[in-house]
Write a protein that binds this ligand. Sequence first.
Ligand code: UT7
Length: 326
Amino acid sequence: MGVHILSTGSSVPNFSVENQQFEDIIETSDHWISTRTGIKKRHLATSSISLTKLAAEAATKALNQANINPEDLDLIILATSTPDDLFGSASQLQAEIGATKSTAFDITAACSGFIIALVTASQFIKSGSYNTILVVGADTMSRWIDWSDRTTCILFGDGAGAVVVGKSSVNSILGFKLCTDGRLNSHLQLMNSPLTSQKFGSTAVPKGKYDYIKMNGKEVYKFAVFQVPAVIKTCLNDLNLSIDEVDWFILHQANTRILEAIANRLSIPFSKMITNLENYGNTSAASIPLALDEAIKDNKIQPGQIVVLSGFGAGLTWGAIVLRWH
Ligand code: UT7
């Protein structure tokens, strides 16, 4: 049973913020941000834009492109760590796009979310359980940023990216590997840190309240530069493919220096790395499908080419998928 990526779509909020605008609120500079991260601007969801709306926009574009009616979807998987509803926003997305016959659930895995969601979708198709699945990676990290913390606030942007996958005689997903190391969890967290306590009788029962994103940038940087090339190599070895046979690498867009270091470690030209960090910053679960959608629209990725997707981030989690584009 083949798993075919039928179409892609993406969406970002209209409101964008240039690096210079941070100079007014924190001690930073356009020069520091662009040379240390590669980011020039990011899009932020204002109060009228919900995570569900962004996800629905990306999803609708992907469905239209594949000429698929929302009612024909069997399953929706929404990868997000910033749902509008803590119980999950996939149901809201299902209602928003009118996919009345599909089941829907969320996957929470921050910047690795889209990779995990796409692998999950492919397993449902391979097992014959479902025929047509919408996979969306969407995050509104701006809702969880401490705007006075210069080590994180300049990095993130909001967005959504979607793919429709279907059962097919051609197979797009050749292989994958997913990894987790929970011992490194404290390097990147958005913790539930109850400030107020409620009482059940005389027993304190804390009231849930999530704090801000906290990251040990140096540790996450080192982890990404070491683990991502390793997981890509393992995936390719398992498929008897050499690194030179890969046409494009679409990695989580966290930092251009990370992408350069990974390209060096893999001994590949940087021109094979698809990057759009400059315009969007780190959009967490949206970054890979957003970059994939742009690369397809720009006619970079051609039928028959081999594409490696790789995500990494909170958990810490990381993983890679090898695609043959059809
Ligand atoms: O999506 C999840 C995955 N996330 C990532 O992959 C992020 C990985 N980490 C990174 O991308 C980088 O570590 C950062 C971009 C977060 C930081 O870059 P860095 O080169 O590792 O900087 P640093 O933390 O070593 O800081 C260097 C200096 C420090 O000053 P001192 O101690 O040398 O005086 C920081 O306080 O830069 C300072 N700094 C800033 N200066 C101006 C930190 N943030 C800023 C800032 N503007 N925004």
